[in-house]
Design a protein around this ligand. Sequence first.
Ligand SMILES: Cc1cc2nc3c(=O)[nH]c(=O)nc-3n(C[C@H](O)[C@H](O)[C@H](O)COP(=O)(O)O)c2cc1C
Length: 169
Amino acid sequence: MDCTQIIRARRSIRKFQPGAAVPRADVEKMLEAAMMAPSACNTRPWEFFVVEDPAVKQRLQAVHPYASMLSTASLAIVVCGLPDVQADTCPGFWPQDCGAAVENLLLQAAALGYGTCWCGCWPIQERVQAIQEVLDARSVPVALVCVGVPAEEPPAKGSYQSDKVTWIG
Ligand SMILES: Cc1cc2nc3c(=O)[nH]c(=O)nc-3n(C[C@H](O)[C@H](O)[C@H](O)COP(=O)(O)O)c2cc1C
């Protein structure tokens, strides 16, 4: 699939094949894609927690109210922001930078045949804090991405809407 096809094929998956293997080489490709995202002043203000341990996955599920699909996902990748890294150069852009990294990750996963679901963390402070505690992290959890082999094929939700576009010129 080329880029055009992958963007159109990706969708949020909330049912996965339980116990399906996702080789580390594939996870590393997803992480590499995430780390290749653009970032303000090239500060790359992110770090990643890859959670394969079922007990830790379960604890994440318990503190995120909209991540029940973690019970069938093979793993979770928590994308965390590092605000301090860009404090002197491009302060405040880190959530956008992390969003770009998440989208790259989702598209790379789709290209490899995996399903994902982006579960939002920041800016819900209670959720951020609870996930930091589970991961023993000091960075800011922006997104908890569930990854696995899809067990559903939901229809696409996005589409071109001409009324969202103002052409100037
Ligand atoms: C910032 C953000 C937070 C989201 N949080 C959740 C979530 O907590 N749980 C969930 O099931 N889906 C979550 N989603 C997925 C959206 O519901 C999904 O992208 C949207 O319905 C469009 O469907 P699609 O991804 O299949 O195109 C989130 C998406 C974004 C971008």
